[in-house]
Design a protein around this ligand. Sequence first.
Ligand code: F6P
Length: 324
Amino acid sequence: LKKIAVLTSGGDSPGMNAAIRSVVRTCAYHSIDCIGVYRGYEGLIEGDFKEMNARSVRGIINKGGTILKSARSKEFRTKEGRQKAYDSLVKANVDGLVVIGGDGSFTGALIFNQEFGFPVMGIPGTIDNDIVGTTHTLGFDTALNTVVDAIDKIRDTASSHNRLFFVEVMGRDVGHIALNAGIAGGAEEILIPEENLGLERLVESLNRSRKSGKSSSIVIVAEGDKIGKNIFQLKDYVDENMEGYDVRVSVLGHMQRGGAPSCFDRVLASRMGVKAVESLLEGKTNFMVGLLNSKMELTPLDNAIKGKTKINLELLRVSDIMST
Ligand code: F6P
């Protein structure tokens, strides 16, 4: 390979810039040319490229978001769109592509490879941690720290006013952010899509803890949880069926995707970028780099997309015991 392109696609996550920096610098280290693609697959289709060298990525390891910008491209889902993307890459003499994103972005990369035989390598970048083949996706750790910080702050006001707070966190269809941040933030209950507690049991549990002397409580609700239709209806139900608590809802939203990446995410991003470029140089394609047993490992993109992450049952049990 002589020239590698890198893009960020899908929802941004803290650590994407650190990963871009790592890809660019690993290319420079191996004397390979590197170009950045703006706005994910949209930019690939339009040929919106920028030559990058080791110095173009200075001062970004600590920055949230992505300097290359991100998009969810509809056109890349069409055969014509992918053909245009292929033509742009060929025109720019690019012969390898690193895609930093989530499962939607990997699906696109895989189809692209199957159609044109173009070498692709994935770096898992999403706060949701919903990708098989890595214990941590890029941005997950930072998002957890952001959520725990928010829970700590909400707890101050919850305990001043003897309130019960429902705090909604992101995670799409999975409860990894909720479960981990809930334990770290000392939540009373954690509601995740993987385990449906049921409204009655929730109220029973909250009543029990109230009787045991707790004057305020925090319940973490994963956005994908199905216990109520939505968090506001959940609040209404608890308001009607419980006495003694003043109930409030706080939806954390997109603040969970921003901010400076944690030390863990910066190191992970740096390792993933090196592994991605060096794997392409070894002739590997259609893989995703990931962290497994503290090592950088490759997982076929196909498995990464189709697999379902499992919730750690030990964490569930710890959370139950901690809310005693
Ligand atoms: O995948 C990251 C994520 O932030 C999810 O947690 C959330 O469900 C979704 O993206 C929100 O997407 P958007 O920013 O397009 O509203």
